[in-house]
Design a protein around this ligand. Structure first.
Ligand SMILES: [Zn+2]
Length: 165
């Protein structure tokens, strides 16, 4: 199984590329993403977290979904604050402000174009995973004083990421 890339790994900071074709490689990658996500009790995973800089998200908010080349076409003005964690930033949980509702356009694993509305917790997962495709991590979005408070822990993760590479 591929390893989960940790904070400090450059692949997590790259803007991921669009998937041009949903082929065998992409489908195998999606399968592996689900395996890694479930093995680590995750609820979402983006391809860059496995070291692959492609615009693919998997998530399971009670219903497993694959989103290929997702686009957030609507974000509500209304925001809500909730706790987030990330398999690439282990053992850190911080409050993040997100839009309460989003509408996402994406292709599923069968190459069917879909448009779906997500609310609350599900909208939070989508926004978190989508950010990964643009090289953004949830710890980038927390207040500076919180980031300062967890600085040492973040540096420890960066050190681990260096050993892992
Ligand atoms: Zn994450």
């Amino acid at each position: 199984m591929r390893k989960i890339r940790l904070l400090g790994d450059p692949v997590l900071r790259k803007k991921a590329k669009e998937v041009s074709q949903i082929d065998e490689y992409v489908l195998n990658l999606v399968k592996e993403m689900f395996e890694v996500m479930y093995a680590n009790d995750g609820i979402g995973l983006a391809a860059p977290q496995l070291g692959v800089s492609l615009r693919i998200i998997v998530m399971d908010d009670g219903k497993p979904r694959v989103m290929i080349n997702p686009q957030i076409v609507y974000k509500s003005e209304e925001k809500i604050v909730g706790e987030e964690g990330c398999l690439s930033v282990p053992e850190i949980f911080e409050n993040v402000e997100r839009s309460k509702e989003v509408i996402v356009k994406y292709r599923d694993e069968n190459n069917v174009e879909r448009e779906e509305k997500f609310v609350d917790y599900s909208a939070r997962i989508v926004q978190h995973e989508y950010d990964h495709l643009d090289g953004i991590l949830f710890v980038d979005l927390i207040p500076a004083e919180r980031r300062a408070a967890i600085r040492e822990k973040l540096l420890d993760i960066v050190k681990r990421s260096v050993h892992q590479r």
